[in-house]
Design a protein around this ligand. Structure first.
Ligand SMILES: [Mg+2]
Length: 257
């Protein structure tokens, strides 16, 4: 096998469990919005909001889904969808356009403050620190986390927010963009992620190596794909590949993909 030079990482459910923080963020930023807006209106002696936490969040979700259908090229740009949905909802509630824009932006600021409060797996920082000594590292996420606010960002020389490129995974664009910025050919790179459809397949089809984080063991794996149950097992796969690379080298083989 050819020598590995770069590793790209999915983030959500790869370097941390995303479920809890997403649920807290979803609920928390909307609660913050209605409470802060209510207080603002009360101070100005304006009528109380008709929006409720539950009904308002349901309407917010429907507006996002509708918007994603109307503007399909933005379907993966979750921050844009949320911002536009909140603006429309607040205008429908009777806020002026400028007040709606201001409060939607403030709510999204709160969203990002909560969203970034992920707790990486305890092994993640140590693992990335060791890997940076041997490989170039990149992050490729469909999520809208502000990576600059996440301490693990320091380990990545390239970070791709695929939704904001208007080409969420499994589109090959974010992978190709990362490889171009790393200046590495696909066969010298590996992608690590938890989604078969969005991480493993597109990377494998581009000729990259892929590591699938999955508890399931029943799926046959195509060439260059490896499965581990947790990112902490990644060094085992890398050792195996390095060993195979050396053996190919020593036997004088000209084998390549
Ligand atoms: Mg993921």
């Amino acid at each position: 096998m050819t020598k590995l030079k770069a590793i790209t990482f999915d983030l959500d459910d790869t370097l941390w469990d995303n479920h809890g923080v997403m649920a807290r963020t979803e609920e928390g930023h909307y609660r913050w919005l209605l409470e802060a807006l209510e207080a603002w209106r009360a101070a100005r002696q304006e009528p109380a909001l008709t929006l409720t936490q539950e009904g308002g969040r349901e309407d917010y979700l429907q507006r996002r889904q509708q918007l994603a259908k109307q503007v399909p090229e933005r379907r993966g740009d979750f921050t844009w969808l949320r911002m536009r949905a909140l603006e429309a909802q607040l205008e429908a509630e009777g806020l002026t356009r400028s007040a709606a824009l201001l409060w939607a932006a403030a709510a999204m600021n709160e969203f990002h403050r909560l969203r970034v409060q992920v707790t990486p797996h305890p092994e993640a920082a140590g693992l990335l620190a060791v890997l940076t000594e041997r490989y170039q590292l990149a992050a490729i996420t469909n999520g809208n986390i502000h990576l600059a606010r996440q301490p693990l960002a320091a380990y990545f020389s390239v970070a791709i927010a695929a939704g904001e490129l208007l080409a969420p995974k499994p589109d090959p664009t974010p992978f190709l963009t990362a490889l171009a910025r790393l200046n590495v050919a696909p066969e010298h790179a590996m992608h690590v992620g938890d989604s078969w459809q969005e991480d493993v397949l597109p990377a494998q089809q581009l000729g990259m190596h892929a590591v699938w984080i999955s508890a399931l063991e029943d799926q046959p794996l195509p060439p260059r794909v490896h499965r581990i149950a947790h990112v902490k097992e990644l060094p085992r796969v890398l050792e195996m590949l390095e060993k195979a690379s050396l053996e190919t080298h020593h036997s004088g083989g000209v084998y390549s993909h």
